[in-house]
Design a protein around this ligand. Structure first.
Ligand SMILES: *[C@@H]1O[C@H](CO)[C@@H](O)[C@H](O)[C@H]1NC(C)=O
Ligand SMILES: *[C@@H]1O[C@H](CO)[C@@H](O)[C@H](O)[C@H]1NC(C)=O
Ligand SMILES: *[C@@H]1O[C@H](CO)[C@@H](O)[C@H](O)[C@H]1NC(C)=O
Ligand SMILES: CC(=O)N[C@H]1CO[C@H](CO)[C@@H](O)[C@@H]1O
Length: 388
């Protein structure tokens, strides 16, 4: 929305330049122009475009967005003011009440989803309470489940660690937003599996008002070390956060993310692999940084998708068939503390309880990364382990 608006503003001079003289008669044309100028002058007089007044105009309640430390010391640019106004309006609007609230499952995959039969088992019997969207970036998937057939969206290729990953996430969100019943938007990969049954997942995600987005501070080279001063003034070093890309996002946040152009552009230009001697991966920094800046209390700061980083390698641990036992799955499903491994010199590990509406509960609804060879064991064990 915001992007479209800014786009139309940008296009305006071009369009009027290209257009032939309008067929309005001259006097009428002048009257319209003068009217617009007068309206503009009155507006500018009553509502001067500065950070402090914008706050009084556009927010009836609290003004915290404008009073965060990072904004206090400087005047906002026009783009920031517009962006903050739109964000504030979306956050303040009451969530759309839908009688048929659905969860959108967004699959980001190179091609065929190896766990489609498992997801089919997960969805079966719950028609009308979920919707499926598949973004296949390399080849057209072969679907075996009715829930997936015809659910491929327009896709483009995705390069690991590049902005095209974020673009694919935004494309999935935009498609899923077309359905007004979708209230939570879960991003999943081809190596993800469910850890609980559908009812558990549905109630966990629908009866809350936060987004489950991972967000933490890592002062080491794999965190703040990836920050570029070129993101100034909008994004200061202290605002730069890290987190896993696998989110579950509430509708308001999904709208804001698809509409954002200002902050997204900063990451597109200045957070990329091999840029100014750093490797920055936008999919690990854009959403945590952006949503923490605009709505810190609205994100849980943790993901609902389990992943094992404990080996300290470039990629998380992947699980094989022999790993899949009842005990293993039961353990993953009952973890109730979240752990963040940082890359600072002290290798700080940040541990915190997983809260759900202020109550401590299991953290994870999904898990990755599972090799396709685990499918049969997962299928056989599914009704057993998800009965917990
Ligand atoms: C997430 O962390 C921020 C600090 O970065 C904090 O202000 C916010 O309250 C946290 N969110 C929740 C839901 O606890
Ligand atoms: C979200 O829900 C919690 C607990 O139910 C409540 O304390 C909090 O004020 C709510 N936050 C918003 C932004 O509605
Ligand atoms: C699930 O598996 C465990 C371990 O093999 C077994 O003890 C238990 O009875 C099974 N439960 C069900 C409902 O099949
Ligand atoms: C609890 C349970 O059903 N475990 C089974 C999971 O699948 C493997 C492989 O088929 C079986 O050996 C386990 O008994």
């Amino acid at each position: 929305m915001l992007r479209a608006w800014q786009q139309s503003v940008k296009d305006m001079p071009v369009m009027s330049g290209l257009r032939k003289q309008p067929h309005l008669k001259r006097p009428l044309w002048i009257i319209i122009l003068v009217t617009f100028v007068i309206i503009f002058l009155i507006t500018a007089y009553v509502f001067p475009l500065s950070s402090s007044t914008a706050c009084y105009i556009f927010s009836s309640g609290d003004c915290s967005l404008y009073h965060q430390p990072s904004f206090r010391s400087r005047e906002l640019t026009d783009e920031e003011t517009v962006s903050h106004v739109v964000i504030r309006e979306i956050l303040n609007a009451p969530p759309i009440q839908s009688k048929n609230s659905k969860i959108a499952f967004l699959y980001l995959t190179p091609g065929t989803l190896p766990f489609e039969p498992l997801w089919d088992m997960f969805f079966r019997g719950h028609d009308g309470r979920f919707s499926v969207y598949v973004h296949a970036s390399r080849e057209k998937p072969v679907h075996s489940s009715d829930y997936f057939i015809g659910r491929d969206i327009r896709s483009e290729s995705v390069a690991w660690g590049k902005i095209s990953m974020v673009d694919a996430e935004r494309r999935l969100l935009a498609h899923a937003l077309l359905d007004p019943d979708n209230q939570q938007f879960v991003l999943l990969s081809d190596s993800c599996v469910p850890l609980h049954n559908f009812d558990y997942v549905y109630n966990y995600l629908i009866h809350t008002n936060v987004s489950f987005l991972d967000c933490f501070v890592d002062l080491g080279p794999h965190g703040t070390g990836r920050y570029s001063e070129r993101m100034m003034p909008e994004i200061e070093r202290a605002a730069f956060k890290k987190g896993s890309q696998w989110f579950s996002m509430k509708r308001q946040h999904a709208i804001i993310v698809t509409a954002d152009s200002l902050y997204y552009t900063k990451f597109r230009l200045y957070c990329k692999p091999n840029f100014e001697g750093r490797n920055c991966y936008a999919d690990e920094h854009y959403l945590p940084t952006f949503l923490n800046m605009i709505d810190p209390g609205g994100i849980a700061n943790r993901s609902v998708t389990y992943v094992d980083w404990s080996e300290g390698k470039w990629h998380p641990r992947s699980f094989r068939a022999q790993d899949i036992t009842f005990e293993f799955l039961k353990n993953l499903a009952s973890i109730d503390d979240s752990i963040h491994f940082t890359s600072d010199p002290k290798r700080r590990v940040v541990i915190g309880p997983c809260l759900w509406n202020n109550v401590k509960r299991p953290c994870y609804l999904f898990a990755r990364k599972f090799y396709p060879e685990t499918l049969n064991r997962m299928l056989i064990n599914f009704s057993n382990y998800t009965a917990l």
